[in-house]
Design a binder for this molecule. Sequence first.
Ligand code: BES
Ligand code: MN
Ligand code: ZN
Length: 535
Amino acid sequence: MHYEVLTSNVAQVEADVLVVGFFAADAGKEKKKEALDGPVYTPSALEVESASSGALSRLIASGDITGKKGESVVLYALEGIKARRVLVLGLGEIGKFDAQAYVALHRKIAAKAGAQSIVLTSEEWTPEGRTYAWAARSAVRAILFGGAKIKGLKTKPVEEKPLKSVFWVTNDEQAQNEVALAVRQGAALAQAMIWGKQLADLPPNICTPSFVAEAAQALAEEINTEKGWKDKKEGKNRNKCVRCTVFDADELEKRGMQGILSVGQGSRQKPCLVELAYSGAAGEAPICIVGKGITFDAGGLNLKPGRSMPEMKYDMCGAAAALAVVKAAAELELPVNITALAPCAENLPSGKALKPADVITMANGMTVEVLNADAEGRLILADALSYADSLKPAACLDLATLTGACIVALGTDVTGLFTDDDALAQELLEAADAADDAAWRMPMGGRYRELLKSNCADIVNTGNQPHSGACTAATFLKEFAPHCPWAHLDIAGPANTSGADRQSTSRPMPLVFEWLLKRLEKASEKKDLGSQHEA
Ligand code: BES
Ligand code: MN
Ligand code: ZN
């Protein structure tokens, strides 16, 4: 992948496609004066207009571009323009072009452009309240991931023409370095999202717990090789590296991780716990990201109805996202330690399967009465969370396609955010907003804990009544991460699309990544202040 930040002359850039936009005349305040004046030229549109001796004004005269949202016209081989095509987009009214519209449009540009090299002038469309760096990061992420297709296993695979070069046009020479970094961040995130998506889209006969473990190991190997981190003693980056450890069934047994083991015991596929750790800040407490890795959830002995089963290959999307966050962080060599933990198992019915009413002892010593074998996610997460908690992390997030109840509450597009830590909630909600990766805070603890009482064990794995399933699940999880700042993201809805064209979305990676970057930004500001005080 090739990225370049340009400050001049869009007409002269050689590429497959150059994208320019028009806003619609604002129907707001200045209605009377300007409403009839036609679409509003962005600076690049003006440049194209003059370099091409009026191609855009002729286009507008034809009536095909008025600036309305959704309009798009492709112009070929314009004189005076080096790009082979110019994609002209209507952006709608400037006042309505918010962050959500900005990201949504970029998701579509990949498909519309169908190009291998692209010149983007979308900095000129930066929504109010956002920085140019945000605009660059979001646009590049959305375009690169928006172009990712399901890979599939068709005997005649669809031919792919992936984007190879991105030229980002900036009008702010001062901010050039910042914008260039943002472009890299967007690309690293998108590439990690694609890695996670490809893993999650695989069928469950291929993507088994051991397959996930091998994928994580291969990823660590690849990053260490590429970055020259293999021999940690050499080079200036000797403190940085990615390390993958797989706890196999024997190791889980030794550690008393009966939550993971008992969920996996009905399957021929052995469960495991994958730990993928990136160290980029020697000596600092890690951030733990725990991801649910049920590679297929048949519901165990509480068998699911057939029609809702195929989607349960996506029950490992949390694991894929957690591992992929490490890839993005390592790619950018962020000054942070991140430990991804992916407990992996297959939840199947069999003569050896976990039975409703079994009582198991978890890694932290707590006993759980398993009332429903289909509430398996919290059992595997519990052991992983206990382990995470023991690492004394600065913060711990878990990502899990945990409950159908969360979809009932919030729909398929919004992630359920559960935490008892108000500051962390605030950070995550801000990141959700910045990344256009919607999340909504939900209640937990307190009264919901009452619903998890057992008469024979410390806790039950499902409430004794059918309501508030997402909230009781979160409340259950917190029992296993008692000491660290923790938040749970229920991504049962957003992790994948449904129906015939079901696919992984790699959500909530944008949210988590944005949160990480913001945290690092704040930490470095604090450091700067500290050194000023010392001086
Ligand atoms: N993986 C499912 C949750 C799920 C449901 C994800 C639909 C995506 C779409 C989870 O393991 C599960 O089965 N949860 C149960 C919990 C119940 C038994 C308390 C559920 O939501 O029905
Ligand atoms: Mn289940
Ligand atoms: Zn599940």
